[in-house]
Ligand binder design. Structure first.
Ligand code: SAM
Length: 378
């Protein structure tokens, strides 16, 4: 699929055995007894000593596999694990902190790359997940990985400074503890939610003198972090499902950025699709609603309602004044030269610091729980 690009990342994939880090997982099933957010699942027990060939096939497919429903945990999708490992640019001997240990699959991969002279610390907020992962990692030959039960928002100062800090869980904000524990020449790789849960551009963040700078480097979809960094997410998920089956308030012909959204979905141009949703988030403060389905692209406005972009037009559920917003956003998108996903430059400040935005600069500010993100157009 092209996710593995280097020998360095290929090697751990041929060595770490995903099935040895699993004792059960959940599969989607309408008749299942485990329900969450309108979806049902069944639990399948798995014995690595005597593996069921059908389940092995699933384990070695490109799927994320839930291992706990509520609170959630999972082993991430292997192609996403690979992309993030490529972006992490690990080297032998590095000291790494991971937030979101889950099954330890990614931690084991990282241990393979940093080797015996390197060190991996991985944190999970769920005690039972930590107990199981510590035991299974040890049994698979990765007993050197330190698995810590705590809220990862605190980091783990005992092992700092870290050359890399990675979170394998979607974050509505960064933690300034991580910044303190990051080596001056290191960087963090964070699935940083923009506009809410499930829309998680991968952001590389590094220190430059006194400043904390960032770039968008990829895209992901993760479950949300719990604990100190958590925020109240979108309104009740059920409301959106109900809404989709209702008649819209109005349907308008497609134009500008929305026409392009439909085209990019049709042509499976994910980069372009995500870039246009990101523009809605940064410039328009609209929140993508694509947690369950990519298509049709939809987003909501805290005050005015929900917009669903269909092939036959823009369906609006809510206040008709939203149309004027959408027109203005589309005009700005054209005026700014249709910014792509990689055109944005990020900077992070604590909430109590006022951003310095020069005159004539194209900059927007995203307020988060602890930080203020300044997004500038290159
Ligand atoms: C998608 S899973 C991680 C997948 C894992 N890296 C793997 O390779 O299997 C996300 C994990 O983040 C954990 N988590 C959620 N909030 C956390 C927090 N504040 N600190 C540490 N872990 C957290 C969840 O319990 C869950 O196990």
């Amino acid at each position: 699929m092209g996710a593995i690009k280097t020998k360095q990342v290929e090697r751990p994939f041929s060595r770490v055995e995903r099935h040895k880090l699993l004792e059960w997982f959940y599969l989607k099933d309408d008749k299942g007894e485990f329900g969450h957010a309108g979806q049902w699942a069944i639990k399948r027990d798995f014995d690595a000593q005597n593996p069921d060939p059908e389940l092995l096939k699933i384990i070695y497919s490109d799927r994320s596999l839930p291992t706990s429903i509520n609170p959630p945990s999972a082993t991430s999708q292997p192609s996403l694990v690979a992309s993030m490992l490529e972006l992490l640019k690990l080297q032998r001997g590095m000291n790494v902190l991971e937030v979101g240990a889950g099954t330890g699959y990614n931690a084991a991969m990282m241990q393979e790359i940093v080797g015996r002279t390197g060190h991996i610390t991985t944190i999970d907020i769920q005690d039972d997940v930590v107990d199981q992962t510590r035991r299974l990692l040890k049994a698979s030959g990765y007993g050197g990985i330190e698995v810590i039960a705590a809220d990862g928002a605190q980091g783990f100062p005992q092992n700092a400074p870290y050359d890399r800090i990675i979170t394998t869980v979607g974050c509505p904000d960064i933690s300034f503890r991580w910044v303190e524990q990051l080596a001056d020449d290191g960087f963090m790789l964070i699935p940083l939610q923009h506009g809410g849960e499930g829309f998680d551009p991968l952001v590389r963040i590094w220190k430059e003198g006194e400043r904390l700078l960032g770039r968008l480097v990829g895209f992901s979809r993760f479950m949300s972090i719990q604990g100190e960094l958590a925020i109240k997410q979108r309104p009740d998920f059920g409301d959106f499902v109900a809404l989709r089956s209702r008649e819209p308030t109005a349907v308008y012909p497609l134009f500008g950025i929305f026409k392009e959204m439909v085209e990019s979905v049709k042509n499976k141009q994910e980069d372009q699709f995500i870039a246009s949703l990101l523009f809605m988030v940064i410039v328009g403060d609209k929140k993508p609603f694509n947690w369950v389905n990519w298509v049709p692209p939809s987003f909501w406005d805290e005050e005015k309602g929900v917009v669903v972009i269909r092939e036959n037009g823009i369906a609006l559920y809510g206040d008709e004044s939203l149309l004027a917003d959408l027109k203005s956003l589309s005009d700005q998108w054209e005026g700014l030269g249709r910014p792509g996903f990689f055109d944005w430059r990020l900077e992070f400040l604590p909430r109590d610091r006022v951003p310095e935005i020069r005159e004539g600069e194209w900059a927007w500010v995203i307020e988060r729980k602890f930080s203020r993100e300044i997004v500038r157009l290159a």
